[in-house]
Design a protein around this ligand. Sequence first.
Ligand SMILES: *[C@@H]1O[C@H](CO)[C@@H](O)[C@H](O)[C@H]1NC(C)=O
Ligand SMILES: *[C@@H]1O[C@H](CO)[C@@H](O)[C@H](O)[C@H]1NC(C)=O
Ligand SMILES: *[C@@H]1O[C@H](CO)[C@@H](O)[C@H](O)[C@H]1NC(C)=O
Ligand SMILES: *[C@@H]1O[C@H](CO)[C@@H](O)[C@H](O)[C@H]1NC(C)=O
Ligand SMILES: *[C@@H]1O[C@H](CO)[C@@H](O)[C@H](O)[C@H]1NC(C)=O
Length: 948
Amino acid sequence: MEWLFPVFLLFRFSFSHSWCHPHDNLALLHFKASLTINVTYYDVYPTIETWENETDCCSWSGVTCHPISGHVTALDLACGGLQGKINANSTLFTLSHMQSLNLAFNDFSNSQIPSTIGEFGSLTHLDLSFSNFEGEIPPQISHLSKLQSLDLSVDYDFPLKWEEVTWKRMLRNATDLRVLVLDYTDLSSTSTRSLNLSSSLITLSLRKTGLKGKFSDDMLCFPNLQHLYLSGNFDLHGQLQDLSCASASLNFLEISSCELHGPIPDSFSNLTHLTLFDLSDNYLNGSIPSSLLTLPRLNSLFLSSNLLSGKIPNVFHQSNMFEELYLGGNNIEGELPSTFSNLQHLIYLDISYNKLEGPLPNKITGFSNLNDFRLTENLLNGTIPSWCFSLPSLVSLELSFNQFTGGIPAISSYSLQSLVLDGNKLQGNISESLFNLVNLTHLDLSSNNFSGSVNFSLFSKFQNLETLRLSNLSQLSLNFESSINYSFSGLMELDLSSMGLTEFPKLFRKIPGLETLILSDNKLNGKVPNWLHEMYYLSYVALDRNFLTTPVDQFSRNYKLGHLDVSFNLLTGGISSSICNASSLQVLKLSNNKLTGTIPECLVSSPSLSFLSLERNRLNGTLPNTFASNILGSLQLNDNRFEGLLPESLSNCMQLEVLNLGNNQLEDTFPHWLQTLPHLKVLVLRDNKLHGPISKFKTKYGFPSLNIFDISSNNFSGPIPEDYIQNFESMKNVQDEVAGHPQLYLVWLSGISPITVTTKGTILLFERILKNFVSIDLSGNKFEGEIPKVIGELQALTGLNLSHNRLSGHIPQSMGNLTVLESLDLSSNMLTGSIPTEFLNMKFLEVLNLSYNHLVGEIPMGKQFGSFSNDSYKGNLGLCGDPLSMKCSQKHDEDPPPSQSLWREDKFGFDWKPVAIGYGCGTVFGVGIGSFVFFIGKPKLLVRMFGG
Ligand SMILES: *[C@@H]1O[C@H](CO)[C@@H](O)[C@H](O)[C@H]1NC(C)=O
Ligand SMILES: *[C@@H]1O[C@H](CO)[C@@H](O)[C@H](O)[C@H]1NC(C)=O
Ligand SMILES: *[C@@H]1O[C@H](CO)[C@@H](O)[C@H](O)[C@H]1NC(C)=O
Ligand SMILES: *[C@@H]1O[C@H](CO)[C@@H](O)[C@H](O)[C@H]1NC(C)=O
Ligand SMILES: *[C@@H]1O[C@H](CO)[C@@H](O)[C@H](O)[C@H]1NC(C)=O
């Protein structure tokens, strides 16, 4: 056949430009006419615009023709600025010789992928990624049996959905697939067992596709596989041992944010071609195998957010210097593997959020290319070895939240740009040599034991400094007086919280570009200096927990302000509508002050405000009824003196998640119109003058997301609203909680100070709690009748308080289904009958109060019931058995024991349950308790998103 070659060339050279097949020429022109071109897109390459009638289509840009037949064989219109829909009858699909079609990065207006795509019988390459296609992937895609590469990936969750049958057929037919990239498409209806993939696979990318099930060999054992990306499939579980067949040619292996359990097996040392290995955010435990660290080509290793604990690797003989370490009598139990010395290529090493212990090795060799080194939040101790500051290429070093002691060692490499050492036990003066790190852009020394005094002006030696965090260094005194003229020209974030500052730092004109200023938890008093309001870029200000008396209105001059927290101060006076001049305001926290007056109407109709917390002040008047359809997510006005009606316009706030109006003097009937809010998770109306029966309102939507429902201490009457309870859908499913992964939650309520998570120039307010806090509190009303049986369907309930009502009848047995209940208070009602033995199913019950009812019979015995005292039962007529003195055999004839005061204030009832927080998260500066939070996703992802 070789003789054909010159002939072929000849044809190509002489004829290809005039051979465009007329049919294809016309088809392309029609295709062009069916779309519009939007050249305002960033990075558009407007190929299609150059297509003109009566010219040869084979010369058009993006078009490739067959050299002989002149049929179009390839179309590459990626980033073409194309807009519109491609209909199934589009002339595009008449280009029957098409082998390669690339329409990536266009905008097909949320239309479906046309079913006629299946008519491209010769197609080998199809790329429709990031093109705004939506809906079900057409079954006809399985006709493309010659496909070698398919990319349908998108950048947001699940716009394109695979039906299992389509998926299976496609995989069965497309036996030549080499590249399959389907990131963020919806594969949740398929099972991993149907992953019968082509053995020619080189690249498989199924990031965040909702895949469920177990990792299996057929998923990974492809002899030629080089790139495997499975991150973000939270429901994909298994052990790495299951992947023992992994191809030796693997180059990129990314399985983060899945559900991998168990250890990292030694067998991964076989993957000698690995350059990137990402197992972060899983549940891996055991030690880091030393063999992993000897992979010759590895340049990025991500093991953060696991449960790795580290055992001494058995490889000391490989490197003499570690004998020295070993014999040196260090506590090497659970140390980092000393084979670090072999890593010549490593650029990125992240083992944050694990349980590694012991000191870092004293010496290492290698690491010469290491750029980014992160060990945040482990249990490492000892001093920071000097090699950390002598690695020639190190740009970023993060050792936050360990137990390092000693000082910052001598510095002999100046490559560092980001140095993050917060949350350790570093001590002594801040060494002069630190200031030689002239390239620093980010410095965080917060929460250490540094002592002595340091001139703040010294930090201006870092000419490129963008972020400076010196918070919670109680033994270090910062000196702002300076004879020299200095300024921080690039500083964008300054955190000096918890530094015992008694006066505002004198930084007039020294931080002109500042965006974020955090001075929380100091002793600042009086007013904020005027220069602060002249700072043009200031958008995030946290001054909470001081003694400031600044009028709120002053901040209306900072019109870029997005976040203002002046909670826990001594603010007095009112909030005037001028605060709305700060038109970018998203978060306004003024809780726990002494503010008086009313809420300006403009504030609640603001299109930008998402978080308004004014609780625990002395605000009064009626609540404005101008709530608009905006992004308000959390509204806390509790513990003020508001009166009048509940504002019905709140039902416009479709994003509302938290509403706390408790402890005011509001007078109204039940706000049934809130039931349409799809995301409302917390509704607290306790301690007001709300009244009337609730059951008279029709339920249609029924608070689908509610987790906390507190309408206690009002005057509600009538029966317990059974219909509502039946509709509390999100109280029905107990959320799984995996040991070792306490959940993180977003934005909580209540007057308790929040946790501030500060990272990378963004500061976000977080509070967290265990996510399975689900409670109903109807106590202190006039509810009557029986406890509805449906309450037993709310199986996620952890707290139930029906005390101090007029409930009668028997306690329903169905309550025994509330197996995660931790606190139950039915006291001070008129309940009769016995305590259902089903209560023994409440394995987690810690607080039980059944006192002051008319209960009779034997108290259930065994399990957690052994731990309740007399107080749980007193004031009942005929209860007997442990712990009461009345034994069951002698009951009936005796009078009940005299009770002191039947309606005594009851200290048993559960209130907002304080939950201590014991799990750090990136850079967390404070602990909130007794606050409530929501789950917003897989927790570790948050940590990474904001923390690392
Ligand atoms: C063109 O694209 C830009 C950028 O995405 C967009 O803002 C604009 O609305 C588009 N124009 C039309 C007419 O769709
Ligand atoms: C191309 O030009 C010819 C001759 O001017 C005309 O008849 C035909 O309709 C044009 N086709 C398209 C698709 O514009
Ligand atoms: C192609 O399909 C669209 C929508 O289904 C329809 O509106 C249009 O008339 C069809 N065009 C032709 C040429 O059949
Ligand atoms: C497999 O591909 C062939 C050839 O394109 C096609 O005729 C057949 O319908 C396809 N099978 C399925 C199940 O789609
Ligand atoms: C490494 O691969 C070889 C050959 O493929 C195999 O025999 C051996 O068991 C593997 N080693 C480990 C530790 O899995």
